[in-house]
Design a protein around this ligand. Sequence first.
Ligand code: UDP
Length: 253
Amino acid sequence: MARRKKIYEGKAKILYEGPEPGTIVQYFKDDATAFNAQKKATIEGKGVLNNRLSEFFMTGLNNIGVPTHFIKRLNMREQLCRACEIIPLEIIVRNYAAGSLATRLGLEEGMALPRPIVEYCYKDDKLGDPMVTEEHIAAFGWASQQDMDDILALSLRVNDFLSGVMMAVGIRLVDFKIEIGRVYEGDFQRLVVADEISPDSCRLWDIETGQKLDKDVFRRDLGNLTDAYSEVAKRLGVLQQSPASVTKPTLIN
Ligand code: UDP
């Protein structure tokens, strides 16, 4: 097979040109970063789990009519997606106080919010993804008012879907981040959920025990990250086996 052209390498994924025009391949790495890449590690099996989990969430969203860039999973670490122009915003939806919101407003972690709160950050690693308002977004032309209306509606639908799916397996969706892309169809543009949805970009707490099953395990040194992600995958029925048996050959009796 001809060597594929790398389009971009990020902290947790590599993007390659896809086999057809208008497609890309997302490769999930095992690298984990936190605190704007000040903390780094390679965590065996993380990429495999995130590829499967993101496939599960994106397929579910596609099935309920929330458009995403996801087309199909190709193998253990790669998925085929529609190429899109990423809007330079990180959209954060919160149901419970945690992380930077808890710090900023002095809220107790885990406090239920009066309603889901949607925040926007400008995607720029050098600046540490600063929070911005719709005023900045409009003034700098990152997205139109119509885009913002669509982004809010999409984000809340993703929140309802993910909250329900997680609740059904005893997990609280505390908050999450998504990215939105534009795809062009003739003269029209459509917004789709892009990037990935995985425990790297969500806060997931066990409803009974409060145990963290997301990237905070890595950020705050709370234990083994692949164990946490495997637990999420197992509860969702995404992964029957442990990641060890996925990355290594298994003896069949
Ligand atoms: N998040 C993310 N990427 C980022 C920043 C945040 O995926 O660059 C996710 C994070 O995992 C959490 C949510 O967005 O689920 C809210 O993050 P927060 O603003 O509290 O920042 P943090 O405390 O994670 O730095």
